[in-house]
Each structure stands twice: as structure tokens, then as C-alpha cells.
Design a protein around this ligand. Structure first.
Ligand code: BGC
Length: 366
């Protein structure tokens, strides 16, 4: 019937319209997702590039992005290649251009925390370019200074782990030719920080022709990698704004915590005193020595010189030294006969560990 066919035609017409509409919708959705996937791929490629740049710049910082595995493989390959042609500490380095005065790898302020778990294995993995004994030098430029880092030590393994965890990446970014020497006082006699520093100076020089010495407490970590652990035209005080002192100097002559001296500066003051047993005074004596030889103290700004100290109870056998005030008052009279020229000690052991050289010494007793 004509009425029926009109109804059928209408129905067919509507169905066709619906199908066309659905097709259009389908195509639109497909095109939308296709374009989006292109965007994502582009973003991924960009991310890969900047991540790679980050890894090279900060060499051993941990990155937990989903894209790291490829970047990590590339980094490992790069390290392997470098190792093949690269240094064995003590061997001559092939001719390279000098590293720049300011390392381009520095990142500035750092987050320093002491509630994260750290293990020596992980630190070793994170720092594949550090050689046995805690030695490193840049492979793409000639470091400006050869720096021995001396840490006086006894029974502070937990603190040492944090020190290694934070400092190895920083020192590498600072493009230093460096070695880490932990000078461990043997036995349970009263602690002698300054004498251990003298031992570190002497022992490090037996191994390599260092021209700069950084003397660092084991519990002090810089909060900014622009605070370069190297030497300057005047003796340098590096730990200038410690959290413990409200991020300021406790007094102007303060020279404790972390300091650096060139070989020449150190010898000019006959090294450090050997007879400060127990806590305190030895850093003031060192300051007096420097002042009496006409040297001044160089320091980074309060911002760059920020650092954190790991909180701890006072160590046993390191009680405040009651003689310190009297000794400090006589530095000028004593410094010529008490110092590197009168140092005596016995080496108990030398261990080249993965991340540092440990030298255990008997420094005697008062
Ligand atoms: C001590 C120093 C110590 C300083 C800060 C002084 O009284 O003699 O050895 O570094 O206090 O604690």
C-alpha cells in the first residue's frame, strides 16, 4: 500500500541518518585519539631528552621515572666506555682541557635529610665512576685541583654512610680530582681530632700528589653544591652557616666543622696541634696559627655555605678538654714545635674500600 511504503521509506531514511551520524561520531573519536597519541609521543621524546640531560648533569642522583630504564642503560654504557679508556688512579691522565672555574654540573641548593635508609651497596651503585679507595677525577676535563678529603673518625658508621651518600655525587659534580680518607682512631683512648687530621694529610700524600686538603667532620653535609670543596688563595672555612648554630657563625674566628687549606698554607702554620685531647679548642688553635702567619679566612656566602649536622649524643672518650683555654692562649709559643714537624703515630691498617680509604691509626694517649 502507498501509505505503508511511505512509512517504510521514512524509517529507512531515519536509520540511514543514524548510521551516518554514528559513522561520523566514530571517525571523530578515532581522529581525536590519534592526534592525542601523537602529542604524547612528542612529549615522551622531549622528556627522554631532558631526563638524559639530567642524568648526565647530576650523574648519580636517583630518578624514579618510568622512563629511566633506557636512560640508565645508556648511562651505564657510557660509564663502561669511559672506564675502558679511563683512569686508574695514579696513572697519568691523557691530555685534556682544564675544567672550567665553575662547574657547569652544579645544581645549587640541595635537600638533605637523615631519615632515609642508605646502604653502602646502593651508594656504590649510584656512583659507578668512583674508584676503589674513594677516588675520582673527571674524564672529560682536567680537574683544577687534586683534593684529599680527610675525615677524623671513630665509631660513627651511620654518619659516614650519609656523608658518602651525599658527598660523592656533589664532589663529582664539582669536577674535582679527589680522594676520601677516613682516619680512624684505634682503641678507646681519648679522641684527638687535630692529630688525626695531621695523620690524614701525611698518609694521603704518600698516595698521590694532592695540592689541596679538605678537613671535614663526618656529620656535616653541605646544603648547596656551589660550596666547592677546594682550596682558595686564603685558607677556607666551608661550614659557615650550620643549622646547629641557627645558620650563622657562632663567632667570627670560628674555623670548625669543614675547612680547606692548600699544602703551602698548611705547611706555613706547621700543620695542626697534636696535643688537644678531647673535645674543643683545636680549631681555635688552627685559627690562631693562621692569623699569626698573616693569613685571613676565606668563606662562601651564608646562603651557599649552609650545611646540616647529623644530631647525636656526645661520644664517649671525647669529653670537653679542660686545658683548651690555656692552650689556645699560647698558640704562638707552641706552634713551631708542635705540629706536622713533631707528629708521631703508628698505622694499624690501610683498607682501600669501595667508597673511601680507611686508615686506622694508633695516635697514643695524653
Ligand atoms: C670550641 C671549639 C668549637 C666551638 C663551637 C668553642 O668553644 O673551642 O672547638 O668548635 O666552641 O662549638
Amino acid at each position: 500500500m502507498p501509505g505503508d511504503s511511505a512509512v517504510n521509506f521514512n524509517l529507512l531514511h531515519r536509520t540511514c541518518k543514524l548510521v551516518v551520524l554514528l559513522c561520523f561520531l566514530h571517525i571523530s573519536v578515532t581522529v581525536f585519539f590519534y592526534v592525542r597519541s601523537l602529542d604524547l609521543r612528542f612529549a615522551f621524546a622531549q622528556n627522554q631528552q631532558s631526563l638524559h640531560h639530567n642524568v648526565t648533569a647530576t650523574s648519580s642522583q636517583l630518578t624514579t621515572s618510568a622512563f629511566t630504564s633506557r636512560t640508565k642503560l645508556e648511562e651505564e654504557q657510557r660509564v663502561r666506555e669511559q672506564e675502558q679508556e679511563q683512569l686508574r688512579p695514579g696513572e697519568p691522565q691523557k691530555e685534556l682541557d682544564k675544567c672550567p672555574e665553575t662547574s657547569p654540573l652544579l645544581v645549587g641548593p640541595l635537600r638533605i635529610e637523615f631519615n632515609i635508609p642508605v646502604s653502602l651497596q646502593q651508594i656504590k651503585k649510584d656512583n659507578p665512576q668512583v674508584q676503589p679507595g674513594g677516588r675520582f677525577r673527571p674524564t672529560d676535563c682536567k680537574a683544577l685541583q687534586k683534593v684529599a678529603i680527610i675525615i677524623p673518625f671513630r665509631k660513627r658508621d651511620e654518619h659516614l654512610k650519609y656523608w658518602l651518600y651525599y658527598l660523592h655525587p656533589i664532589l663529582q659534580r664539582q669536577q674535582l680530582d679527589y680522594g676520601v680518607y677516613v682516619i680512624n682512631q684505634d682503641g678507646d683512648e681519648i679522641f684527638n681530632r687535630a692529630k688525626l687530621l695531621n695523620v690524614g694529610y701525611t698518609e694521603a700524600l704518600k698516595e698521590y700528589d694532592y695540592d689541596c686538603f679538605v678537613f671535614s667532620d663526618v656529620d656535616l653535609i653541605p646544603m648547596d653544591d656551589r660550596n666547592t670543596y677546594r682550596c682558595f688563595s686564603q685558607p677556607r672555612h666551608l661550614s659557615v652557616s650550620m643549622d646547629k648554630f641557627g645558620f650563622r657563625l657562632p663567632y667570627n674566628q670560628y674555623f670548625g666543622g669543614v675547612s680547606s687549606m692548600s699544602k703551602e698554607q698548611y705547611l706555613k702554620i706547621n700543620g695542626f696541634p697534636n696535643n688537644y685531647w678531647g673535645w674543643g679548642g683545636e680549631d681555635d688553635d688552627i685559627y690562631n696559627r693562621l692569623a699569626s702567619r698573616g693569613m685571613s679566612i676565606s668563606r662562601p656566602s651564608g646562603e651557599v655555605g649552609k650545611c646540616r649536622m647529623i644530631r647525636h649524643d656526645r661520644d664517649k672518650q671525647n669529653e670537653p678538654n679542660p686545658q683548651r683555654f690555656d692552650r689556645i692562649a699560647h698558640t704562638r709559643d707552641t706552634m713551631n714545635k708542635d705540629g706536622i714537624n713533631s707528629l708521631s703515630y703508628t698505622v694499624v691498617s690501610v683498607d682501600k674500600l669501595d667508597l673511601f680509604t680507611e686508615i686506622t691509626v694508633d695516635v697514643g694517649k695524653p
